[in-house]
Design a protein around this ligand. Structure first.
Ligand SMILES: [Cu+2]
Length: 265
């Protein structure tokens, strides 16, 4: 229904509602554009200089412009109260319980995305600023904490299972970043000092999307959508959506690799 907008391919369960909303905003804005454009043109002709060599201080006396303005207010109220607020409320109130979802912590920094999985126990290991090392441990994860044994961290790589609710807990280490994945129809600022949860259900795997778009190198991209400094342009991460089995295999491999004692430490 919203094909005419040329939006990025849709790959999230809630995305249809977002697209409908974007469609309606465009339709209403088109009506406003034509309306205001017509009124402007009418005024240009009606009050042209050859007809009014002396300025007309009265202007239009008919109540038409008042009605038009009331109409505009009504349309904008419909957009706000009829579409935008209910949609936002549904997104915020409908957050699934953590037990039914995959919870991932994504921490923005200049200029990368740090991804943290709690592992099979679902508990995120302790982090400590004293352990933080930009190269080897960008999240300051304390591997000696029992809850951290099965934790997995990655840099700029977010792996997700398809058709499962995902809760991303967004955080930032330094400045305001914004987590935006156009195909998943999510975009949320990451604000230092706050943990902001967002949720979505990815419905199309990366593999399926490659077939669908005919682009064998297609990747879901996390684009930082907030100008966050000089390296903002290169702050991109990638989302790989896989089948539940593939995702499980990937997670287990990572746990094995990352929990192994590091001989160099
Ligand atoms: Cu950024």
């Amino acid at each position: 229904m919203t094909d005419w907008l040329g939006l990025p391919a849709l790959a999230a369960a809630h995305g249809g509602q977002i697209d409908d909303m974007i469609g309606w905003v465009h339709v209403f804005m088109l009506i406003l554009f034509v309306g205001w454009g017509g009124f402007f043109t009418y005024c240009l002709v009606r009050f042209r200089r050859s007809r009014h060599p002396v300025a007309n201080y009265t202007g239009v006396t008919s109540p038409a412009s008042t009605y038009t303005e009331i109409g505009v207010v009504v349309v904008e109220a419909i957009l706000l109260f009829g579409f935008a607020i209910p949609l936002w409320a549904a997104r915020v109130d409908g957050m699934p319980p953590a037990s039914e979802a995959l919870v991932v912590q994504v921490t923005g920094e200049q200029f990368a995305w740090n991804v943290h999985y709690g592992g099979p126990d679902g508990v995120f290991g302790r982090t400590d600023i004293k352990l933080l090392d930009l190269q080897s441990n960008p999240l300051g994860l304390d591997r000696s904490d029992p809850a951290a044994q099965d934790d997995v961290t990655t840099l700029n790589q977010l792996y997700l299972p398809v058709n499962k609710p995902i809760i991303v807990r967004l955080r930032s280490k330094d400045v305001i970043h914004s987590f935006g994945v156009p195909e998943l129809r999510v975009k949320q600022d990451a604000i230092p000092g706050l943990t902001i949860p967002i949720w979505f259900v990815p419905t199309v795997t990366t593999e399926e999307m490659r077939t669908r778009t005919g682009n064998s190198e297609f990747q879901y991209e996390i684009a930082c959508a907030q100008l966050c400094g000089l390296g903002h342009f290169r702050m991109r991460g990638f989302v790989t959506v896989q089948s539940a089995d593939e995702f499980q295999r990937w997670l287990e491999e990572q746990i094995k690799e990352q929990s192994a004692p590091d001989p160099f430490r």
